[in-house]
Ligand binder design. Structure first.
Ligand code: SAM
Ligand code: SF4
Length: 349
């Protein structure tokens, strides 16, 4: 049975009860799905070089199980699913999975390191992938290799070209802003992205993994990120409206106010200095099938065993039960305390 057949064989009629709303009255519209805890890179802020516990193969959700779970979420009003990882492009059957999910009434988008994008951009586009976010921490090949520990910049750049050629527009480029590493490059990265029609986004580094990979002095606050981009743009940045328009995700968006880059957009993701938990609309599914209410907390509820023992019909109730425990926000502290023990690689950013 193909994934698409599986999807149509189980209509979402069992999934009723209205939209997903958490105890703080925030509506869940967005599901992030980690397809694997494997990665072909070893980014220094995301995972240690070695010594990571891996999910056993038998514990990984199958592609059919992922499709079934996403279908249940679609039936509860989730509007977007983001495929992530680890690195989603190392998961076998990815294109087939995207084709299956694309037939559901939600947008399917992906975050990738871009290493395999050159070969996969066209098939993924054809399969119905709607949006791409590509991580890019430096435009210097040596620095890129250093931060990813094994990445080849030219491969990612070729991937971005292939993605544009395949018809992806508004590709978002994710840069983790790290003082003393790439802070001097942020302006150049923004200009580079704008020239190619991409949307640069800068992320404050977060203390995942019990703070073990976090160096407090490396945090570059959102206010400084915006200053550096404004300097490169030669004009102030203005919030899209009010404090900055939020997309469906965590970024706030800013525009260049005037000059040759007037109107260009930049996104800033600032969990550390401009907390956005009040507008959280997300849940996260790990590759092993546990449902996490928050990136920054370790508590999670198991969907895999429910699906395997009771079937898809029992999933909606389980999801609502887990959501009932969603807290009002994270407790990340600037000194590196207050974060979860789980690693970013295990849940997907
Ligand atoms: N492998 C894919 C990639 O790198 O785009 C998807 C998974 S990765 C965990 C998702 C995003 O999280 C990436 O943009 C990455 O740069 C970001 N990220 C990882 N660890 C982080 C940390 N400690 N703080 C802030 N962002 C982090
Ligand atoms: Fe891999 Fe992405 Fe983590 Fe880098 S940030 S190690 S590419 S999962």
């Amino acid at each position: 049975m193909t994934l698409v057949q599986l999807r149509t064989a189980r209509p979402p009629s069992a999934v009723v009860g209205g939209p997903l709303v958490d105890p703080q009255a925030r509506r869940v519209r967005y599901l992030r799905v980690s397809l694997t805890d494997r990665c072909n890179y070893r980014c220094t802020y995301c995972m240690p070089e070695d010594g990571i516990d891996r999910i056993a193969r038998a514990d990984l959700l199958t592609l059919e199980e992922i499709a079934t779970i996403v279908q249940v979420f679609a039936g509860m009003g989730v509007e977007r699913v983001r495929l992530t990882g680890g690195e989603p492009m190392v998961r076998r059957g990815l294109v087939e999975l995207v084709a299956s999910l694309a037939a559901l009434p939600l947008d399917v988008v992906m975050t990738t390191n871009g290493a395999r994008l050159a070969g996969l951009a066209a098939p993924l586009r054809q399969a119905g992938l709607r949006g791409l976010t590509v991580s890019l921490d430096s435009l210097d090949p040596g620095r890129f290799a250093a931060i990813t520990r094994r990445g080849v910049l030219a491969e990612v750049l070729a991937g971005l070209e292939a993605a544009s050629a395949a018809g992806f527009t508004g590709i978002k480029l994710n840069t983790v802003a790290i003082r003393g590493f790439n802070d001097h490059e942020l302006g150049a990265l923004a200009l580079w992205a704008w020239e190619r029609g991409h949307v640069p986004r800068f992320i404050e580094v977060m203390p995942m993994s019990g703070g073990r990979l976090y160096v407090p002095g490396e945090l570059l606050p959102a206010s400084e990120i915006r200053e550096r981009v404004a300097l490169a743009a030669g004009a102030p940045l203005v919030a899209d409206s009010g404090e900055g328009v939020r997309g469906l995700g965590p970024a706030t968006y800013w525009r260049v106010a005037s000059g040759p880059h007037a109107g260009r957009r930049v996104g800033v993701i600032a969990p550390m200095t401009e907390n956005f938990c009040g507008s959280c609309n997300r849940l996260r599914l790990s590759a092993a099938g546990s449902l996490h209410n928050c990136l920054a907390r370790d508590d999670a509820g198991d969907l895999r065993s429910v699906l395997r023992s009771e079937g898809a019909v029992a999933l909606a109730a389980r999801v609502r039960a887990v959501l009932g425990y969603k807290q009002s926000g994270h407790t990340f502290a600037l000194d590196g305390h207050g974060g979860p023990d789980k690693a970013m690689i295990s849940i997907g950013g």
